[in-house]
Design a protein around this ligand. Structure first.
Ligand SMILES: NC(=O)c1ccc[n+]([C@@H]2O[C@H](COP(=O)([O-])OP(=O)(O)OC[C@H]3O[C@@H](n4cnc5c(N)ncnc54)[C@H](OP(=O)(O)O)[C@@H]3O)[C@@H](O)[C@H]2O)c1
Length: 317
């Protein structure tokens, strides 16, 4: 399996992993267990996905049956927006680790560069974007405070690597001004409708590995009722014809388009056949011409846009 070497620790991050957002709670343990059996080694979780306990059950089942060893797995989780303050970062990372039933994460990311007011886990967990009164409440915690606590998670062995998600160039440069431990990974939305070349180039220059999420573009957002009135990438004629010529599926072409650029992918599926198919996306190459044609589909379409929830959350403005 192809991997991406992380600059600081030299740890190998699998280039194809499994995304846990919207993986149904009732089937999550079984899905994770079966995904490990199918060959997945990286799992991309988050406090916000509400299924860390179940994902951990699947992982521990595979470990106890000797299918994999802990060191063969790469477990990612993320700090939610309501826990950015110094008194909450460590507490929540350890709480999440307990949910997984593991003794360390391989990667822990700041989910968004957005700090929201604290919500007690006993009142609502995961808290999502809204306070208990249903409103979005920003909090004045600067990223430097959060990042310093993220570094302490590495010092204490809670996680081997730390990184960021949904960050653009200006906040990355800001973090680098004070970071004792630099972000190892940036996880962002990248697909042929949102190619983000300047951000990719910046990360390459800085030695920050990039993971693409929502590789199938609009497909993941249909179940959320978000319809941006575009042809789905999986249904796109260009992607379909390239897939047909290569003897692959449109999904495999979309994933390979990313991995061939040195970007990691974390497709999510609740379906056993598609889970296997997605993992097998790395065994062919797209021609340079096809890569360019797919990249030319870029229309700057951002699907995961906090601004749609509240105009004060314009991190990509
Ligand atoms: N950091 C962040 O803010 C952030 C945001 C979004 C996502 N993520 C991470 O990235 C992961 C992936 O992104 P995503 O969940 O948005 O979407 P995705 O993987 O791009 O797409 C998932 C959708 O595609 C379908 N699908 C999966 N494999 C397929 C295949 N081979 N053929 C046809 N359809 C297929 C799935 O349906 P079925 O389940 O029915 O197969 C689901 O509707 C997430 O699970 C999460 O871990 C992170």
């Amino acid at each position: 399996m192809s991997t991406i070497v992380l600059k600081r620790t030299g740890q190998k991050m699998p280039a194809v992993g499994f995304g846990l957002w919207k993986v149904t709670k009732s089937t999550c343990a079984d899905t994770v267990y079966k995904a490990i059996k199918a060959g997945y080694r990286l799992f991309d979780g988050a406090g916000d996905y509400g299924n860390e306990k179940e994902a951990g059950e699947g992982v521990r089942r595979a470990l106890s049956e000797g299918i994999v060893k802990r060191e063969d797995l790469f477990i990612t989780s993320k700090l939610w927006n309501t826990f950015h303050a110094k008194e909450h970062v460590k507490k929540m990372a350890k709480f999440q680790l307990d949910l997984w039933g593991l003794d360390h994460f391989d990667l822990f990311l700041v989910h968004f560069p957005i700090a929201l007011q604290y919500v007690e886990p006993k009142d609502k967990y995961p808290p999502e974007w809204w306070g208990l009164d249903g409103g979005v409440h920003l909090q004045n915690t600067p990223m430097q405070e959060t990042w310093t606590c993220m570094e302490e998670l590495v010092d204490e062995g809670v996680t081997k690597n730390i990184g960021i998600s949904n960050c653009q160039g200006s906040i990355i440069l800001d973090i680098l001004r004070y970071a004792r431990i630099e972000p190892q990974v940036l996880q962002v939305e990248i697909h042929p409708y949102l190619t983000q070349e300047p951000l990719q180039k910046l990360c390459k220059t800085l030695g920050i590995a990039v993971t693409a999420y929502s590789s199938f573009g609009p497909q993941s957002y249909i179940e959320l009722g978000v319809n941006k009135n575009v042809v789905g990438l999986l249904q796109h004629d260009l992607v379909g014809s390239i897939a047909q010529t290569a003897g692959k599926t449109p999904a495999q072409v979309l994933l390979r388009w990313a991995t061939q650029q040195g970007i990691a992918v974390i497709p999510k599926s609740n379906d056993e056949t598609r889970i296997k198919q997605n993992l097998e996306c790395d065994s062919f190459d797209l021609s340079e011409e096809d890569m360019k044609k797919i990249s030319a589909l870029n229309i700057g379409l951002r699907l995961n846009e906090p601004l749609d929830l509240d105009p004060r959350l314009g991190i990509f403005a």
